[in-house]
Design a protein around this ligand. Structure first.
Ligand SMILES: Nc1ncnc2c1ncn2[C@@H]1O[C@H](COP(=O)(O)OP(=O)(O)OP(=O)(O)O)[C@@H](O)[C@H]1O
Length: 252
């Protein structure tokens, strides 16, 4: 099943064309890493695909009502601001809002989804803590859990692992991979090309206002591509334990 289709998709912000001619589909079971330099348009692509900012062309999600969209896609923005001093469990439960009718209290299935999300993000010990008093990385894990609790077919997350310690970075990427193997799909923007290579089933490179590459990590992270897009040289090897990518030098 296709979870997202973008056709001849483009975004212009303040008269400046940020993205043009984007064509892609996302099927079930994919863990897609969106990579590209600062300012390339990764956030713009995800927000516009969901209809949060204006675009041209077609996005299968942009035309949905907010209610339908909340059941089709969960969104974890780059900004980690938590506005209210509520406990972690209550905050994660907010992820169930799109599944509740106006005024409806959470049901057993909603509490079960919250438990699954807390478990996936290793938040059992923090569930009673006030979310605003957690560390930056802990808050990020709570916000990922809130998005996971939504249990949508598609999850989009903007730099979700930035600021997490190495163990939680790996665990979070593994959770996303698990979701993909369960038939959901996950789109994440990230700057860590090593983790992208290791965990993503597909990488999309944004460069010069469009999709510069789209495919499996070993194809996308060619020496020529990483030089062209990121201005670096890198070591890449496919091993029995999976792909290993290590940036080496700035070459541009
Ligand atoms: N509200 C806005 N008005 C005008 N230009 C904007 C606006 N938001 C983003 N842009 C521009 O669009 C381009 C893409 O920004 P975007 O945030 O999508 O990049 P990104 O790839 O996510 O970058 P980063 O890796 O730094 O997070 C940038 O040049 C940015 O300056």
């Amino acid at each position: 099943m296709t979870l997202l289709t973008l056709k001849d998709f483009g975004v212009t912000r303040r008269k400046r064309e940020v993205l043009r001619d984007v064509n892609m589909t996302v099927d079930q079971g994919e863990l897609i890493g969106i990579i590209g330099a600062n300012g390339a348009g990764k956030t713009t692509l995800m927000r516009a695909a969901m209809g949060l900012i204006d675009s041209t062309g077609h996005s299968s999600l942009a035309g949905l009502s907010p209610y339908a969209r909340g059941r089709a896609v969960a969104w974890m923005p780059q900004s980690r601001e938590i506005a209210w001093p509520v406990d972690v469990e209550t905050l994660v439960r907010l992820g169930r809002t799109p599944h509740l009718a106006a005024g409806q209290r959470p049901q057993a299935e909603d509490f079960a989804a919250v438990e699954r999300a807390l478990l996936r993000m290793d938040l059992g010990a923090l569930r009673g803590r006030t979310a605003t008093r957690l560390s930056g990385g802990e808050q990020a894990r709570v916000l990922i859990a809130r998005a996971l609790a939504q249990e949508t077919p598609l999850l989009m997350a903007d730099e979700p692992i930035a600021g997490l310690d190495p163990a939680h970075q790996i665990a979070t990427m593994r959770s996303f991979a698990d979701l993909a193997s369960e038939g959901h799909s996950v789109i994440v923007s990230l700057h860590d090309l090593g983790l992208a290579a290791r965990h993503c089933t597909r990488l999309i490179v944004i460069d010069k206002g469009g999709l510069a590459a789209d495919g499996p990590p070993q194809e996308v992270l060619s020496a020529a591509r990483v030089r062209e897009t990121f201005g670096i040289s890198a070591y890449f090897k496919t091993t029995a334990e999976g792909p290993i990518f290590q940036p080496l030098e700035v070459v541009a």
